[in-house]
Design a protein. Structure first.
Lengths: 115, 111
């Protein structure tokens, strides 16, 4: 199966700082990537759809100015949480699909803790 | 609103038994169906996908799809304690479109 990596796997930061999370497709080119957030014991929540070379499409209620997404290449998408606050502490997971595949593969996730 | 419903759970089965996980969906135009397994604290891992009506088998796992009834299920034969996890049903209308997830059902396999 396709492999998706994320970096970092965990991060602790102070309130008010910005954090960048990288999502890479390692053995395929991903025209579309997705960013999810998951709070403890809750369902996955789709935040945005990231398409290579174009602006991300955000789900309703997700602040695009707070969660900046850049999909600059066919193997890399980044999510930047700007001016993070404790309520942004969560498990952030990306997934990727390729043009010829119909399957989403998930990265291992990034656990963000904002103090 | 397109919805994916899963049994409320949790589901507990003894080791060696068959675990049956069920899922219904509301969008009749859905074309692709997926089952993911998520261990606590980890990200979802793809177990199976199915596109056509009928059964699809992969080792101890069998996915069943009935588009007329808008129903997809996952059977786990010879359940093992290592199968204890949350299982997510996901549906999407076409290629390169976003998944709609069910809330998941937690399976516990008792030794």
């Amino acid at each position: 199966g396709a492999v998706v990596s994320q970096h970092p796997s965990w991060v602790i930061c102070k309130s008010g700082t910005s954090v960048k999370i990288e999502c890479r497709s390692l053995d395929f080119q991903a025209t579309t990537m997705f960013w999810y957030r998951q709070f403890p014991k809750q369902s996955l929540m789709l935040m945005a759809t990231s398409n290579e070379g174009s602006k991300a499409t955000y789900e309703q209620g997700v602040e695009k100015d707070k969660f900046l997404i850049n999909h600059a290449s066919l193997t890399l998408s980044t999510l930047t949480v700007t001016s993070a606050h404790p309520e942004d502490s969560s498990f952030y997971i990306c997934s990727a699909i390729a043009g010829g595949l119909d399957t989403q593969y998930f990265g291992p996730g990034t656990r963000l803790t904002v103090l | 609103q397109k919805e994916v419903e899963q049994n409320s759970g949790p589901l507990s089965v003894p080791e060696g038994a068959i675990a049956s996980l069920n899922c219904t969906y509301s969008d009749r135009g859905s074309q692709s169906f997926f089952w993911y397994r998520q261990y606590s604290g980890k990200s979802p891992e793809l177990i199976m996908f199915i596109y056509s009506n009928g059964d699809k088998e992969d080792g101890r796992f069998t996915a069943q799809l009935n588009k007329a009834s808008q129903y997809v299920s996952l059977l786990i034969r010879d359940s093992q304690p290592s199968d204890s996890a949350t299982y997510l049903c996901a549906v999407k209308p076409g290629a390169n479109s976003k998944l709609t997830f069910g809330k998941g059902i937690t399976l516990s396999v008792r030794p």
